[in-house]
Design a protein. Structure first.
Length: 523
């Protein structure tokens, strides 16, 4: 990087902070901070939903998969996400919006204390928060890895720089700041992605290979196969189910985008926009990665530095800075949205259980607590980021695929399926059994069982088995021990009715942490 690239990067950081400061004026209470008061336009929600699903892991971990295996990086990653969101636009988006509009909650998990009971809500809240700390830590490590390639700063310095700037704008501006910065980041990555695509096409022409002829080159032999290596049919099907739950609210931050729109119909439209973007835009981003074996020789065994090396070689200064800004835009969008979601879960679901004083927070006190929680979460995730390349985690892509995808199912299934009428019989017993034994399955598959098998358990089974265990148990236990009480059925009816007048006529269940604490032991 030279002074021009640094100017672009510093200018980007300055604009992000300025948007956060401007957004501060739109945040008057906790509802504004966590769900934008239900006033976010559907198109902004859709772009924000799309952007908050990316991070620099795409340009490191998934760039390594593209470098090594080719188009399977799209077939087994962004395509399942697009399909999952498209299905969720009908199945989950409207119901999650009704959590805010009809149950008047500000956290995606807030409804669980009445849908199940308090212990179930707390189990899902604590495990979700801990998983998110690890997940976001991997994202910081990814962007810091790229920053070190271009600037020479150390991993820890890169984590500190990006984390501190993100903390400023998302802490003071809440979800409005997240969404507005993500809109700006979308424009930036659009320019950066097209610039990189054009640069690679021109370079292929210079080499006499051409746009279409590249696939006939020996270096890309087998790279056109959709399923290859550890990314086979079982992995694809498991990933589709995982992303169906994760990107429709199972990992919390995307749920907030649905909650932030004005109506269930707008939430559905925002999900459809996000699905289209996930289907089309990654093709532009992945093409240079698929061509990277023809243009660079990766230094790392997993090929995770291939995209960064190619960027350095092909782009002029200024445009190089723009592409680096694109890397930052992805990661900061995802991490800031995660921070806001976890702050919502802690201040609305966890803190009131731990402290009577938290149950009595007024609007100003709740808003201060939300901002403090956001900073603490970012600090913890940055601390984890410094350990991502330790033996416990192995590398970035291991954290993202094995840990996050493998653990997400047991946490998300009770939350997401609990919204739907067909699963009304599944109560707290089914939810806690599904959650606990799903986590146990993850541990068994990845450690004791894996230690007994030469080469370990294949990745596709590491990811799919915990999800399958949780899903089967949630359904079976619900059938064997139905817990569809009138209060729980009332919640489900309010979330599933398209008729606002009819939903309003359904009796509301008792709300409030005190009520939940008093009834936690009841089935």
């Amino acid at each position: 990087m030279n002074s021009l690239d640094w100017a672009v990067l510093i200018g980007y950081f300055s604009v992000m902070v300025a948007i956060g400061v401007w957004s501060h004026k739109r945040v008057d209470d906790v509802s504004d901070f966590f769900t934008a008061g239900g006033k976010m336009p559907w198109w902004l929600s859709g772009i924000s939903h799309h952007m908050s699903g990316y991070s620099a892991v795409m340009f490191t971990g998934y760039a390594g998969i593209a470098y090594t295996y080719g188009v399977t990086s799209f077939v087994t990653w962004s395509f399942p996400i697009a399909l999952g969101i498209a299905i969720g636009s009908k199945l989950f988006a409207p119901r999650i919006n009704r959590l805010r509009s009809r149950l008047h909650v500000a956290s995606p998990l807030e409804y669980l204390k009445n849908r199940y009971n308090l212990p179930t809500q707390q189990a899902l809240a604590w495990s979700g928060m801990l998983l998110k700390i690890v997940d976001v830590g991997a994202k910081w490590a990814a962007i810091a890895t790229l920053l070190s390639v271009f600037t020479g700063v150390s991993l820890n310095q890169g984590i500190l720089i990006t984390g501190a700037i993100t903390a400023v704008y998302c802490t003071i501006g809440g979800l409005w700041a997240d969404a507005l910065t993500e809109l700006g980041q979308f424009v930036i990555q659009l320019l950066a992605g097209v610039a990189m695509f054009v640069a690679v096409v021109l370079k292929l022409n210079d080499k006499g290979i051409g746009f279409l002829g590249a696939w006939d080159e020996p270096a890309l032999h087998g790279h056109g196969k959709p399923l290859v290596g550890p990314y086979g049919t079982v992995f694809l099907l498991a990933f589709l189910f995982i992303k169906l739950f994760e990107y429709n609210g199972g990992m919390l931050n995307q749920a907030q985008r649905y909650m932030a729109t004005g109506s269930a119909r707008q939430a559905e439209r925002s999900a459809r926009l996000s699905a289209v973007l996930w289907l089309v835009w990654p093709l532009v981003l992945f093409f240079p990665m698929w061509m990277s074996p023809l243009l660079v020789h990766a230094q790392k065994p997993d090929g995770s530095d291939a995209y960064a090396l190619m960027t350095e070689q092909l782009l002029p200064h200024g445009v190089l800075g723009l592409v680096i800004v694109g890397f930052f835009s992805h990661t900061m969008a995802m991490c800031s949205s995660d921070a806001n979601a976890i702050a919502a879960v802690f201040t609305r679901d966890v803190a009131p259980v731990l402290s009577r004083r938290a149950r009595e927070w007024e609007q100003r006190s709740g808003l201060i607590a939300a901002r403090v929680t956001t900073v603490v979460f970012l600090g913890l995730s940055m601390a984890v980021a410094t350990q991502v390349n330790s033996p416990a985690f192995k590398d970035i892509i291991t954290v993202v695929i094995k840990w996050v995808a493998g653990l997400m199912g047991p946490i998300a299934i009770p939350m997401m399926l609990g919204l739907l009428r067909p699963f009304r019989r599944s109560g707290p017993t089914a939810a806690l059994t599904s959650w606990a034994l799903g986590l146990l399955a993850f541990w068994l598959v990845n450690y004791p069982i894996s230690w007994q098998i030469d080469g370990g358990v294949p990745l596709q089974y590491q990811v799919s088995i915990p999800l399958a265990v949780s899903l089967v148990l949630y359904v079976v236990v619900g059938r064997l021990k139905p817990e569809d009480t009138p209060e729980r059925l009332a919640i489900i009816d309010r979330l599933n009715s398209d008729d606002d007048a009819a939903a309003a006529a359904v009796p509301s269940p008792a709300n409030g942490v005190e009520d939940a604490l008093g009834t936690a032991g009841r089935g």
